[in-house]
Design a protein around this ligand. Structure first.
Ligand code: NAD
Length: 514
């Protein structure tokens, strides 16, 4: 289990000459003044490309103050006007998707097609938010008692904050801010310090779309900024996506300070392959879902549970596919898989190729043999395959979050199900079979929040909600979609009566409805 540790910050003089990534407060870029900053790498070359300012408590306070000040006017802006602005936001992001994707490739390392896919799935959430007139409709009950009507309205909370992970620097913020501001809240985003530029670029697009100054703000930083967000009295709600230890910390600390919190954590997603599955199709799906984005997806398939005699032919089919995948810089047309986010993370991922076999796993494909790993410039690791993994092994118990697929062999369906349900995470899972009844049974039995039936990455479309079970989510409401609207609003119930004053009298009895 990882600890809640401070990420390193730099304070030296070397970085003074690098391009800086600034905060965005009150509708403009604001240079950091804390004297603290962090390196932003180009993961394909290993070079430090720019420097991101780390916010002090005072800088977070300035962003929250801007959001707090903007709230009354934004909340009072008509739903039609907010909708019009959301349409413009959606259109500008669509129009600039290549530039946004280029930021992702530059700082995260993912290949261009994958980066464009990320932007497209984020856009779906902005499109959902343009439906806000319909989404904010309340309920109305006429004549609940004689001459009395009751209606429910949903109102924004105030200032909402989002704290996001490195692996989806555009999509995960879009999961949050579209719905949050469409509902009438103002927003402070604290993106990952590892790839912060996409969030500032989106802030510029929001301004161009007509989002008033102060409605959307970005502060960069580390634990200092996050802790201030968690305790700030003017922040009403916090949405978090990241690793499980930090998600738990965010949930516990934020709720202790009276905030509404949804904190999505890590994952270990199992793909169960039943003996009747089409082997080639299952192998294609496993390879696509395990190694896309170098395995740095919370919905990546990280474990294939091969049931019965499907194991040998399936492992062979997966293994045959791996040398055909081209690993390289994200901006090279031929690349299908890019580097990992940092050298430290790459080395941590590679360490499981040591510890797994030491505990009895079979290393079928070793990504350390890839030439880009051996050259050692960027943060590359080739595709790796560990077979005969068992649930006690460290490589199984931890979320690896890299291009390492593990095969666990199970004799039958009940033992496969037991493996999945005993895992501490419950984000996503998939089953591959041609038997509809078996798939239906798995959907019924499995303790996981998002399930794919012959779909390896079942990320819900924007008009459903996204969220795992168990240690993959702390809080009550899933993210985006209908539950996102619930999260960013609170209900008010109004009971109304317009009586003839002539009928008025004193009545100390409890209000009756019949
Ligand atoms: P992370 O938990 O390290 O960081 C997430 C955010 O928390 C960042 O903004 C970071 O600055 C901040 N943070 C980091 N350490 C902190 C600390 N000690 N105190 C306060 N704040 C801190 O996660 P990451 O490495 O950026 O992202 C990868 C993780 O996110 C994986 O575990 C992945 O499964 C998870 N993830 C989950 C989902 C989901 O929907 N469940 C989606 C994407 C990513």
């Amino acid at each position: 289990m990882t600890h809640v540790a401070e990420p390193p910050a730099t304070t030296g003089s070397d970085e003074a000459t690098r391009e800086r990534v600034n905060h965005w407060i009150g509708g403009k870029a604001v240079a950091g003044t804390s004297g603290r900053s962090g390196p932003v790498y180009n993961p394909a070359t290993g070079e430090t490309a720019r420097e991101v300012d780390f916010a002090s408590v005072e800088e977070v306070d300035a962003a929250v103050a801007a959001a707090h000040e903007a709230f009354p006017a934004w909340r009072a802006t008509s739903i039609s006007k907010r909708t019009e602005i959301m349409f413009r936001v959606r259109n500008l992001v669509e129009q600039h998707r290549e530039e946004l994707a280029a930021h992702l490739t530059r700082e995260h390392g993912k290949v261009r097609t994958d980066a464009l896919g990320e932007v497209a799935r984020g856009l779906e959430n902005l499109e959902f938010a343009t439906g806000i007139p319909h989404l904010l409709k309340g309920g109305f009950s006429e004549q609940v008692s004689s001459g009395i009507d009751v209606y429910q309205i949903r109102q924004p909370l105030g200032v909402a904050a989002g704290i996001t992970p490195f692996n989806f620097p555009a999509m995960v913020p879009m999961w949050m801010f579209g719905n949050a501001i469409a509902c009438g809240n103002t927003f402070v985003l604290k993106p990952s310090e590892k790839d912060p530029s996409a969030s500032v670029y989106m802030a510029e697009l929001l301004k161009e779309a007509g989002v008033p100054d102060g409605v959307f703000n970005v502060v960069h930083g580390d634990k200092v900024a996050v802790d201030r967000i968690l305790e700030h009295p003017d922040i009403a709600a916090v949405s978090f996506v990241g690793s499980t230890p930090i998600a738990r910390y965010i949930y516990e600390t934020g709720t202790k300070h009276g905030k509404r919190v949804q904190a999505l954590g890590g994952a270990k997603n199992h793909m169960v392959v039943l003996p009747d599955a089409d082997i080639e199709m299952a192998a294609d799906a496993a390879v696509s879902a395990a190694y896309g984005s170098a395995g740095e997806r919370c919905m990546a398939i990280s474990v294939v549970v091969a049931v019965g005699d499907v194991a040998d032919p399936l492992v062979k089919a997966i293994e045959e596919r791996l040398p055909k995948i081209t690993v390289g810089a994200g901006n090279a047309e031929s690349s299908e898989m890019g580097p990992l986010i940092t050298r430290e993370h790459r080395d941590k991922v590679a360490s499981y190729l040591e510890s797994g076999p030491a505990e009895g796993a079979t290393l079928r494909v070793d990504g350390r043999e890839h030439v880009l790993y051996q050259e050692g410039k960027g943060f590359f690791l080739g595709l790796s395959l560990l077979d005969n993994v068992t649930p006690e092994m460290e490589c199984y118990r931890n979320e690896i979050f890299g291009p390492v697929l593990e095969i666990v062999r199970a004799p039958d369906y009940p033992s496969a199900l037991e493996i999945v349900n005993n895992n501490e995470y419950g984000n996503g899972t998939a089953i591959f079979t041609r038997d509809g009844g078996a798939a239906r049974q798995y959907q019924f039995d499995v303790n996981v929040g998002m399930v794919g039936l012959n779909v390896p990455i079942p990320v819900p479309v924007a008009y459903y909600s996204f969220g795992g079970w168990k240690h993959s989510l702390f809080g009550d409401l899933h993210m985006y979609g209908p539950e996102g609207i619930q999260f960013y609003t609170r209900a008010k119930v109004v009971t109304s009566r317009w009586p003839d004053p002539g009928t008025s009298s004193v009545d100390l009895g409890f209000p009756r409805t019949r």
